[in-house]
Design a protein around this ligand. Structure first.
Ligand SMILES: Cc1cc2nc3c(=O)[nH]c(=O)nc-3n(C[C@H](O)[C@H](O)[C@H](O)COP(=O)(O)OP(=O)(O)OC[C@H]3O[C@@H](n4cnc5c(N)ncnc54)[C@H](O)[C@@H]3O)c2cc1C
Length: 423
């Protein structure tokens, strides 16, 4: 375990400093502790995380880090070097195993009991796995160690089988191709990016990966992964055997909700929170990828797998933990980089009833806007067209119908009411 920073401050003769405990030292936990310190200079703040070292950024793991364009040190999140100065106690390599809500304390795997006045759960997610025979070279990608192992195996000429055609799988496939590997993507659904993305993006991604030399096996389910006697692995695709030197499983993630569940908090697809990040215990909050939260004007609560949510939602949680009025209203927004291309999405791009194209989806620069029954934009996805996303974000937040002809004109700037433009 490594500790940085100092402990609880209790100035004599005054109210004892409030004790904030944060479980999970990823992006969300890190952003929360910095905001808590800004809001509450005298509070005791303890950040507990089971990973070794300081919190770091995950998106480069499947992009620049895998490609060797970025060193692991460069992934440190801004502000982590200030923990000692900010009097933030960081307990790394430490797993929290239970929450005692009555006593208001958490228990660690090492048998410590850490008391809290306000507790934030920022425990994130972990990759789903596929059963594999012992000895088969099967990888998932979530942390720095995973990325280092994977990179070591991506030797030019080797055959990499990527199971799962979602964003992480496709980013790994692109990196492997760029490193000179032979690559096959195996996806059980009939199209790529099936979760949450419109078909136009799936078609574009399939064309991109096809022309970059990635073999696509759509509608193919992996029944078993065996270790090959001569080394490598054999994927059983329901009767057909696919031989690979390396297998990367990118079939999705599951939120780390076990602590919350065991403590009797409401859990669905993530820890259920309100717009202020509160759980059904007034002393316990949750933020980041582990939460299932309301999305302003966009129907029932959802869990969002995106850097932006993990970066912004904890600021709301910190305000609420300090007793301030707080409401998280950001729309989901995410990006992905594959080969030399950038994809961005905002809102719920597959949730509308009608789609309007801005530009040609057969080209490498276009946007697709998803509209509801009233002609209001509810989501969008853009290929190499990030400027559209900023504009459409404001249009979605405005909640007003936008004429089709305006949306369909790639040169048109959208007029957005002043109130929404500020949001
Ligand atoms: C390879 C990769 C690439 C990505 N690329 C993009 C991208 O291009 N664009 C984008 O928008 N998003 C991307 N993301 C998603 C984004 O990085 C995540 O949404 C974000 O990191 C989630 O942050 P978090 O703090 O909520 O959770 P996490 O980062 O999962 O952090 C949670 C932390 O809590 C710890 N923890 C869990 N349980 C306990 C416990 N009981 N006790 C102590 N500690 C515990 C975990 O070990 C972990 O360190 C990517 C993610 C990955 C993995």
């Amino acid at each position: 375990m490594s500790m940085t920073g100092a402990g609880r401050a209790t100035p004599g003769g005054q109210e004892p400093a409030r004790r904030h405990v944060i479980v999970g030292a990823g992006l969300a936990g890190h952003r929360a502790v910095l905001e808590l310190r800004r809001l509450d200079p005298s509070a005791s703040i303890t950040l507990i995380g089971e990973e070794a070292g300081l919190p770091y950024d995950r998106p480069p793991l499947s992009k620049d880090l895998l490609l060797g364009r970025m060193a692991p040190d460069a992934l440190s999140l801004p502000g982590t070097a200030d923990y000692a100065t900010l009097n933030i106690l960081h307990s790394a390599g430490q797993r929290v195993v239970a929450i005692d809500r009555a006593a208001r304390q958490v228990a660690t795997a090492r048998g410590e009991a850490i008391p809290y006045d306000r507790l934030l759960l920022a425990t994130g997610s972990r990759p789903l796995v596929l059963p594999a025979e012992a000895g088969a070279p099967v990888h998932t990608l979530r942390g720095l160690d995973d990325a280092a192992r994977l990179r070591a195996g991506m030797v030019p000429g080797r055959h990499v089988a990527v199971v799962g055609g979602g964003f992480i799988g496709l980013e790994v496939a692109a990196a492997a191709r760029m490193l000179g590997c032979r690559v096959t993507v195996v996806e059980a659904a009939p199209r790529l990016l099936v979760r949450g993305m419109p078909e136009a993006l799936s078609r574009w991604a399939a064309a991109l990966h096809g022309r970059e030399g990635v073999a696509l096996r759509l509608g193919a389910r992996v029944a078993a992964i065996r270790a090959a006697p001569e080394g490598g692995a054999v994927l059983d695709l329901g009767g057909e055997a696919l031989r690979a030197d390396l297998v990367v499983v990118g079939i999705g993630i599951r939120p780390n909700t076990e602590l919350a569940e065991a403590a009797g908090l409401a859990v669905g697809d993530g820890i259920l929170v309100d717009a202020a990040c509160g759980t059904d215990d007034p002393a316990i909050f949750a933020a980041g990828e582990v939460t299932c939260h309301p999305i302003a004007g966009q129907g029932p609560r959802r869990r969002v797998e995106s850097w932006k949510t993990a970066s912004e939602q904890p600021l709301t949680a910190a305000r609420a933990m300090c007793g301030e009025a707080a409401c998280y209203e950001d729309l989901p927004w995410l990006w992905s980089d594959q080969f030399t291309h950038n994809i961005q999405s905002v809102g719920l791009p597959d949730s509308g009833v009608e789609f309007v194209e801005r530009g040609d989806p057969g080209s490498d620069r276009w946007t697709l806007v998803s509209m509801d029954e009233e002609g209001r934009p509810v989501g969008a996805v853009a290929v190499n067209n990030g400027r559209d996303i900023g504009m459409l974000r404001k249009a979605i937040r405005a909640g007003q119908p936008v004429p089709r002809a305006v949306l369909a004109d790639p040169a048109a700037r959208l007029a957005v009411p002043a109130r929404a433009a500020a949001g």
